[in-house]
Design a protein around this ligand. Structure first.
Ligand code: OOG
Ligand code: NI
Length: 462
């Protein structure tokens, strides 16, 4: 029998091998990420593993896919449900300035601590908002709806195996093999010819719409390994002659603790695709859609910490409105130094970062009473704080990654109403609850905190 986490780990590894064959520069990215991780481990020792064991970090990947309809999204949830992955977080990218991104998104990922430690594979999954009138007029919407209704992303046999794996938590070896084979193949780039005119009609609205609604299947759009020093990785990739996008998205490099998520990518490469002309002839052309991304993960921020992060981004925007992109990083470092505490201890005490808390063995001593406040407990060595790693995504970084890899900005009709979309509506479309990431981190922290008072109670006192 193969249990869910082994299925998940095997799926992530096979998907990574397949993507490496499809997009060879991705293999270079993975190799360089591993080299950097080994160097960081040598230099920093145990400290390098503060946000995850090297085993976890080496295997860690996230992928991104895009689907066209709620039904396709529900089927996707069944496939990932088999791997112990649940929808977490809601991201609405439709208002992104200067690029047409007609999608709302969630990420499928494991949620339990031990499952994340075993293999944290996650997939950022975007749903095309076909009924958003700012992007699609009545005619295009009707054609798109008809096109999407006529395709099948996953074979029924795969979905049946997925339902069994989800319900039973495991599959017999032979079924597991079949499931993995069908699942990985569902995310390969399709060789079916693309209708050139249809693809172009969608591309005029949005390159993302064309990537979703212009083809007969879905595919991995990018895969992302995790790296322990993203600035060093950026340098080494550039040295190897691979053209990277011009920034690292997210927080700047700074001397304090890593928080949230920093990401960068190499530019989408021209891939050969079969294109069909109006007269039926099929020719080979190329499309630039798929790329490789890399990320460094930091400490999860509380709601207050996240509000501070968003405020800091706003401040950086204000101060850099007239400056070059290169100066932006310097200004961001200044803003960070002004606002974000420079130590894990202060992130914890000011309630900005998520940690789990653990009574230090050896306490209580001499019947002394522990201090009542978190700062006192940490400073007096009564309690140790372990950072909780950020497992989710950042909407602005996601928009930046989408945007930097689109050839054309597309178009949006500002005179139309987009219609509101939120986590509840996405839960309805999915028929599964979209979980709130903050709640998950809070529960993890609170479970650890609940054990502390008992462990610290002076002996003999009950
Ligand atoms: C998803 C972009 C978002 C990330 O890491 O923020 C993303 C996409 O391009 O489909 O993957
Ligand atoms: Ni990504």
């Amino acid at each position: 029998m193969i249990g869910q986490w082994r299925l998940r780990a095997a799926f992530a590894a096979r998907l990574s091998r397949m993507y490496g064959r499809e997009v060879p520069a991705y293999t270079t990215l993975v190799d360089v990420a591993h080299e950097v991780n080994e160097d960081v481990l040598r230099k920093r020792g145990a400290d390098a593993e503060r946000l995850g064991s090297i085993g976890r970090v080496t295997a860690e990947r996230h992928g991104a896919i895009r689907v066209g309809t709620p039904e396709e999204l529900r089927q996707t949830a069944r496939v990932f449900g088999a791997l112990g992955m649940r929808p977490v977080g809601f991201y609405d990218l439709r208002d992104t300035p200067s690029s047409a991104l007609p999608v709302v998104s969630t990420a499928f990922r494991p949620v339990a601590e031990d499952e994340l430690a075993r293999n944290p594979f996650r997939v950022f999954t975007s749903l095309l908002t076909v009924d958003d009138r700012r992007f699609f007029d009545a005619d295009l919407r009707a054609r798109l709806t008809a096109f999407l209704a006529g395709r099948e992303l996953y074979p029924p046999e795969l979905l049946a195996l997925a339902d069994r794996a989800e319900a039973e938590g495991e599959l017999p070896d032979a079924d597991a093999e079949r499931f993995l084979d069908l699942a990985v193949r569902s995310f390969a780039l399709s060789t079916a010819p693309i209708d050139r005119e249809w693809y172009a009609a969608l591309e005029r609205v949005s390159a993302v719409a064309a990537d979703v609604g212009g083809v007969r299947g879905t595919h991995i759009n990018h895969l992302t390994p995790r790296v322990l020093d993203i600035d060093e990785l950026y340098r080494r990739m550039t040295e190897r002659g691979i053209e990277m996008i011009d920034t690292i998205q997210g927080p700047p490099r700074w001397p304090g603790p890593d928080v949230l998520l920093r990401q960068t990518s190499f530019r989408a490469l021209a891939e050969p695709r079969a294109l069909r002309d109006a007269d039926g002839t099929v020719t080979r052309g190329t499309l630039r859609v798929r790329f490789g991304e890399v990320e460094a993960r930091g400490i999860a921020l509380t709601r207050e910490g996240r509000a501070l992060y968003d405020r800091m981004l706003g401040l950086v925007d204000e101060r850099t409105a007239h400056l070059t992109a290169a100066r932006r990083a310097d200004v961001a470092r200044e803003v960070w130094a002004e606002h974000l505490p420079p130590t894990e201890r202060d992130l914890a005490v000011r309630g900005l970062g998520f940690f789990t808390y653990h009574a230090v063995p050896g306490r209580p001593r001499d019947g002394a009473r522990p201090p009542a406040d978190l700062g006192g407990l940490l400073d007096g060595g009564w309690v140790r704080a372990e950072p909780i790693v950020y497992e989710d995504f950042l909407p602005r970084s996601a928009a930046g990654i989408f945007r930097s890899n689109l050839g054309d900005a597309g178009s949006r009709n500002g005179a139309q109403e987009g219609g509101s979309y939120d986590a509840d509506r996405l839960s309805g479309a999915l028929d599964r609850q979209v979980l709130d990431p903050f709640t998950l981190y809070e529960r993890q922290r609170d479970r650890s905190l609940a054990l502390v008072p008992r462990a610290l109670r002076p002996q003999g006192v009950s």
